[in-house]
Write a protein that binds this ligand. Structure first.
Ligand code: NAD
Length: 368
C-alpha cells in the first residue's frame, strides 16, 4: 500500500468549493487503488493573510515542505478587496511567487483540450475547431519579469516611477526547452516556440538556446511564432498547435486565451513541476464574481488532481480514468453554469453535483 502526503491549499474565492470536489475524487481514487492519501490542509493566499498576517505563513511552508505533492486552489481577491492588503503581502506577491520560488517549479504544463464532441462549449465555429482542440502550453514559471527585481519610487524630476527587470540565464531557458522537447517527442513531434525577438533581447537569447537544444531532438519540427501573432493564430486555427513553449508572462496571458477558446477558464487545470517538488493548480484565478454560489466549474481542480496522479504518484492509468469520468459527465449533457449558456441545450448542474457525477462515473469504471 502506497502512502502519499498531500498539502491541500484551498485558497480564496471559489478555491474551497472546487477543492472540496477534488478531494471527493481523491477519496474514490483511494477506494479503487492500493494507495492512501494523507491530506494536510493549510492556509494560503488572502485567507492566510487575514488569519495570520502572512499570505504564505510558516505553518503552511512546513506542511508543504513535508508533502509529496501540493494541491493548490486559486488565490486572490477582487481588484477592490485587494487594496485591503499591503502590496507586497497580496496573494500573488506574498504567496504564489514565493511558493514557486521555494520549490523551483519551473515547468508549468497547461493543457488546452476540448474533444470534438464538446465543440459546442467553444466560442469558435465548428469548422475552426475541426477535430477538436488538443494542445499543451509549456510555460517557464520561475523567471522573467515576474521574478526580476522590482523598484518603485520618485525620480530626480519628482515623478513616480517603477522599474521591473526581465532576466533569464541560459540554464533556465535550457531546462524548460528540454521539458518542451521531451513532451513534443511523446506527442506529434511538433513544437511551437513562442517569442518576441523582434523587440525583446530576452527572446533573442531564448531563441538561441532553443536552437541549441533542438539539435538534441532532430525529430521535432520547430515552428517559431511571435507571441502577438500566436494569440491570433490560437483563435483562427488552434489545430496547428500541439506543444507550445514560452516564457513566464507570455504563458500567463496566452494560457488564459486558451481557456477562452475552450469556452471557460474552468476547463484549465495545470501542473507546476520542479526537479524535487511539484504543485498542481487550476490556471485561473479565484473568480470572486461567482464565489460562494456553488456554480464554479471544478473541472480545472479535478483535472489538476489527474495531473498530480500521473506526475507525482505514477498513476497514469487512474489519471486517464479521472479525465474520462469528467468527459463522461459532459457527454451526458451536463455542465456547470459557465458552459451551459441559455439555448445551448446543456443541462446546468452545480459545483457539488458535478463532483458527485464525476465520482459516480469513476466508481463505475473498471479498476486499473
Ligand atoms: P479569474 O481567473 O478568477 O476569473 C476570470 C473569469 O473566469 C471570471 O468571470 C470567473 O468567474 C471565470 N472563472 C474562472 N474560473 C472559473 C471556474 N472554475 N468556473 C467557472 N468560471 C470561472 O480572473 P480575475 O477575476 O481576473 O482574478 C481574480 C483573482 O484571482 C485576482 O485576485 C487574481 O490576482 C487571482 N489570480 C490567481 C491565480 C492563481 O491563484 N494562480 C491566477 C490568476 C488570477
Amino acid at each position: 500500500m502506497k502512502h502519499y502526503k498531500i498539502a491541500v491549499l484551498a485558497g480564496d474565492g471559489i478555491g474551497p468549493e472546487i477543492t472540496q470536489e477534488a478531494i471527493k475524487v481523491l477519496k474514490v481514487v483511494e477506494e479503487r487503488n492500493d494507495v492512501t492519501f494523507e491530506l494536510m490542509p493549510a492556509l494560503f493566499g488572502a485567507c492566510a493573510y487575514f488569519a495570520t498576517g502572512d499570505a504564505f505563513p510558516q505553518e503552511t511552508i512546513a506542511i508543504c515542505d513535508q508533502a509529496d505533492a501540493i494541491l493548490k486552489g486559486p488565490i486572490g481577491l477582487s481588484h477592490e478587496e485587494s487594496k485591503k492588503i499591503p502590496v507586497d503581502k497580496q496573494p500573488e506577491r506574498g504567496a504564489l511567487l514565493p511558493l514557486r520560488r521555494r520549490y523551483n517549479t519551473y515547468a508549468n504544463f497547461r493543457p488546452v483540450s476540448l474533444p470534438k464532441a464538446l465543440a459546442h462549449f467553444s466560442p469558435l465555429k465548428p469548422e475552426v475547431i475541426g477535430e477538436g482542440i488538443d494542445l499543451i502550453m509549456v510555460r517557464e514559471l520561475v523567471g522573467g519579469l515576474y521574478f526580476g527585481e522590482k523598484e518603485m519610487g520618485v525620480n530626480a524630476q519628482g515623478l513616480r516611477y517603477v522599474r521591473e527587470t526581465l532576466e533569464y540565464d541560459e540554464a533556465q531557458i535550457r531546462r524548460i526547452m528540454h521539458q518542451a522537447f521531451k513532451l513534443a517527442m511523446k506527442r506529434r513531434k511538433l513544437l511551437h516556440n513562442i517569442h518576441k525577438s523582434n523587440v525583446l533581447k530576452s527572446s533573442v537569447l531564448w531563441n538561441e538556446v532553443m536552437e541549441e537544444v533542438a539539435k538534441e531532438y532532430p525529430e521535432v519540427k520547430v515552428v517559431n511564432y511571435l507571441v502577438d501573432a500566436a494569440a491570433t493564430a490560437l483563435c483562427l486555427n488552434p489545430a496547428q498547435f500541439d506543444v507550445m513553449v514560452m516564457e513566464n508572462m507570455f504563458g500567463d496571458i496566452l494560457s488564459d486565451q486558451g481557456g477562452g477558446i475552450l469556452g471557460s477558464l474552468g476547463l484549465m487545470p495545470s501542473a507546476c513541476l520542479g526537479d524535487d517538488k511539484a504543485y498542481y493548480e487550476p490556471s485561473h484565478g479565484s473568480a470572486p464574481d461567482i464565489a460562494g454560489k456553488n456554480i464554479a466549474n471544478p473541472y480545472s481542480m479535478i483535472g489538476s488532481v489527474a495531473m498530480m496522479l500521473e506526475n507525482s504518484f505514477d498513476m497514469a492509468d487512474e489519471a486517464k480514468n479521472v479525465w474520462a469520468a469528467m468527459q463522461g459527465v459532459f457527454a451526458d449533457g451536463f455542465s456547470t453554469a459557465d458552459l451551459s449558456k441559455p439555448g445551448s441545450g446543456v443541462k446546468m448542474i452545480s459545483t457539488v453535483e458535478f463532483g458527485d457525477k464525476v465520482v459516480e462515473k469513476l466508481r463505475a469504471m473498471p479498476k486499473v
